[in-house]
Write a protein that binds this ligand. Structure first.
Ligand code: AMP
Ligand code: ZN
Length: 138
């Protein structure tokens, strides 16, 4: 169901124009208006899902499958050296548009995109215990 107030519902369904690079019945792929790098693209489902906790697995699967095709097409046009796939969920994680979307961020040698974090430390027994807790819920 489209959300009347949601900008990505309007973009995905064509009510607001965008630089569209691909569209099918489930998704629209657009160029980001404020790109991290040249060619930064977004895959947006036409249906309104807030985030990873809301989207269904079938749609998410189709979306990632499409991402492989879009990524290859982008690489062939942009001649990027690499690509980051980013997907933010929640304000704390940097989400600003609360309609699920996948970022495809082309990377170029010498660019200034920064997606790094400091590597933490672990205790092996605690890691195993935590893995067990989460495993039980899947
Ligand atoms: P996020 O911070 O993960 O929610 O990403 C939202 C992204 O949407 C940002 O990279 C914005 O630049 C982009 N964005 C917001 N409005 C538009 C728009 N009208 N057309 C294209 N991209 C947009
Ligand atoms: Zn929406």
């Amino acid at each position: 169901m489209a959300d009347k107030e949601c900008i990505f519902c309007k973009i995905a369904n064509g009510e607001i124009p965008s630089a569209t690079i691909y569209e099918n019945s489930d998704f629209r792929v657009i160029l980001d208006v404020a790109p991290a790098n040249r060619g930064h693209a977004l895959i947006i489902p036409k249906e309104h899902f807030k985030d990873i906790f809301d989207i269904d697995a079938v749609t998410a699967g189709k979306l990632f499958s499409l991402a492989t095709e879009v990524a290859r097409a982008m690489k062939s046009v942009l001649h990027c050296d690499g690509m980051n796939i980013v997907q933010n969920n929640g304000i704390i994680a940097g989400q600003t548009v609360f309609h699920f979307h996948l970022h495809l961020i082309p990377r170029y040698e010498g660019d200034h995109v920064d997606l790094h974090w400091a590597q933490g430390e672990t205790v092996p027994t605690e890691l195993q215990e935590l893995a067990k807790e989460i495993r039980k819920k899947i």
